[in-house]
Design a protein around this ligand. Structure first.
Ligand code: ATP
Length: 404
């Protein structure tokens, strides 16, 4: 792999109030109020079939050099939006522009965009170099060869040029497909779940490599995925979609720290939601970080504490004693019963049943058996046993405050 360029400035750009748009000068991709529909029209008996609205009015900008991930559950409209940008799907309403020029009526092959899909669909009769060179056949030979060599290096396949594609692993094939789509220097690369056919470990490695390759070539890209880890690894900004709409667009850290709704937080893997009293208890996230969101005078219901996958700690000593006097939501210390524990990713994760305030029954959550900031995995030197009563406390660093 080659050195990566520094992250583009768009990474740190402050957010515009309108989801999806960032401050910019009109360069790059602008999607405005785009609607994509399938089917529809006249039905039997004079009834009108409304069809399916896959994208229900999306507004989004991608600045030159920026990598944007479209993240959302299956069927939320990610691919439809990507296909509309590519020109593969007609836009029922709204507009797609590049550098201010409306692309309505511009066919796929004249948009200057590259496409890469889940299955790279390499040409089996060409070797690796022949596949990479496919889109740059018009270049003089020396230039073409140099570009192929450069790109094989970028995707970590230096020296693979003469290999037959049938001899490649799944991950190597996707690397070749990436090199092929980068070769013509597309002004925008559209990637639809390019890693989802690969197994988990390979996906994680390739996501990092994909990020490096896009940075190294300063490629502007829109990357569709349903995996938040992948989106966070690859993208400068992540656009969360649900039911055809954009819920939130933000750099990964901001999205994680301050999801704007419960739906976004759920989709990012936050494990529990607890009603918070007004005012917000000191020490919990949200109050100083997002004073505009909490308390919101227009909300007539209190916000929720979203407990992240590592937002709970087993408190030491876990002696089974009663919870602290400030137990409950405000103190964010709760009684729990241990279900089991496992050592994962450098920490002991204890599964606990917790009686959360305001909940009907116990919630099964994961708490780390280590005090915040400690490298020692187990408080008190032992892992609490199944059935043991413990107290768990909220680690503000692993939680967020969200609207219902
Ligand atoms: N060609 C089509 N004809 C009719 N409906 C379609 C068509 N393509 C997609 N849809 C519908 O549009 C909605 C959005 O689909 P889309 O493929 O864009 O979602 P997605 O978020 O990319 O999903 P996935 O992650 O499963 O690929 C879904 O309800 C889907 O069934």
């Amino acid at each position: 792999m080659v050195q990566t360029d520094p992250a583009p400035a768009a990474h740190a750009a402050p957010q515009d109030a309108r989801p999806g748009t960032a401050p910019r000068d009109g360069a790059g991709l602008a999607v405005r109020d785009v609607v994509v529909r399938y089917g529809g029209g006249g039905g039997r008996g004079g009834r009108t079939d409304p069809g399916t609205t896959a994208v229900a009015g999306v507004t989004l900008d991608v600045a030159p050099g920026e990598v944007l991930a479209l993240l959302g559950p299956s069927g939320c409209g990610k691919s439809s939006l990507l296909r509309a940008v590519a020109g593969l799907e007609p836009v029922a309403a709204g507009s797609v522009t590049w550098d201010g020029r409306d692309l309505a009526g511009v066919p796929v092959h004249r948009r200057g965009f590259g496409l890469m899909f889940q299955e790279g669909q390499l040409f089996p009769h060409r070797d690796v170099a022949g596949n990479v060179a496919y889109g740059i056949a018009g270049l003089p030979r020396a230039e073409r060869d140099a570009r192929v060599t450069e790109l094989l290096d970028v995707v970590g396949l230096a020296g693979y040029g003469r290999r037959a594609v049938a001899t490649l692993s799944g991950g190597e094939r996707q690397r070749v497909a990436l090199a092929r789509s980068l070769a013509p220097r597309p002004r925008l690369l559209l990637l639809d779940e390019p890693l989802s056919a690969l197994d988990r470990g390979l996906r994680e490695r390739l996501a990092l490599d994909l990020r490096e390759a896009l940075r190294a070539t300063a490629t502007t890209a829109v990357f569709v995925t349903h995996d938040h880890d992948e989106a966070f690894t690859v993208a400068d900004r992540v656009a969360v979609m649900d039911a055809g709409r954009l819920l939130q667009v933000a750099p990964p850290e901001d999205l994680w720290r301050a999801p704007t709704s419960r739906r976004v937080a759920e989709f990012l893997g936050y494990q529990a939601f607890v009603p918070l009293p007004d005012p917000l208890p000191a020490g919990l996230p949200g109050a100083p970080a997002a004073p505009d969101r909490y308390p919101d005078p227009t909300d007539d219901v209190p916000p929720l504490l979203a407990v992240g996958p590592r937002g709970l700690r087993v408190l030491a000593p876990h002696d089974g004693g009663p919870a602290a006097p400030d137990a409950g939501t405000a103190g964010a210390v709760w009684d729990a019963t241990v279900v089991g524990s496992v050592f994962r990713r450098g920490a002991v994760e204890v599964t606990v049943d917790v009686a959360l305030p305001g909940a009907d029954g116990p919630a099964r959550l994961v708490a780390l058996a280590a005090p915040a900031g400690s490298a020692v995995p187990v408080p008190g030197g032992t892992v609490p046993a199944p059935g043991e009563r413990v107290r768990v406390g909220v680690d503000p660093a692993g939680c967020a405050v969200v609207r219902r």
